[in-house]
Design a protein around this ligand. Sequence first.
Ligand code: G16
Ligand code: MG
Length: 220
Amino acid sequence: KIAACLFDLDGVLVDTARYHFLAWKKLADELGIDFTLEHNELLKGVSRMDSLDIILNIGNLQLSQEKKNALADQKNQVYLEYILQMNEEEILPGVKDFLTALRKLGVGVALGSASKNAPLILERLKIGNLFDAVIDGTKVSKAKPDPEVFLKGAEALAAKPAACIVFEDAIAGIEAARNAGMMAVGVGDPQTLSRANLVISGFRGLTPEHLFQQINEHTT
Ligand code: G16
Ligand code: MG
């Protein structure tokens, strides 16, 4: 019996990765660092400061913590400009129906995201009301693949980890789910997300009942 479903944000409910990329790209350009879309893959699910460290590494730049804080803020200002222009149309196909159907079944729904901007994004998408708990980057101290974000989500919903399903687009997120003792559904490429119990391409046309059945077939 599935007690709760925990959702990553970026790459699962909404495609904010391109806004992160554009904001980091602007910063990297200003620093004279050649930051590519390929590099951007390394930043998925990674915290803001760790992302900056990865970019500075690419450019072989070493900076003081003070300077790094300022650059991270600068990137976030640009990112926020994109976020503030988002609307409901950017929710990925099928997501809203899937979340609504879960609630009707009495399954707990939580967000488990590394992003400190997660509450703002939920508000822009007008789906905040579909979540029983929101665990975001301000509530965790350890980044995925540490299970903290998902364990806190399960705890908030009073659900046992083994009765939880995590939906993730990042390898580190799938590992975090496994480390939490939860079932992991990858959203994206089956080859990249081979450690997931099951991989789906998205939520379009998917019902919770159908997904639970598939999960059962893949885990028994
Ligand atoms: C997201 C993104 C990451 C981003 C991180 C922190 O995580 O995937 O690329 O660096 O949040 O975001 P912010 O700068 O808004 O705090 P997730 O866990 O939702 O995929
Ligand atoms: Mg993600």
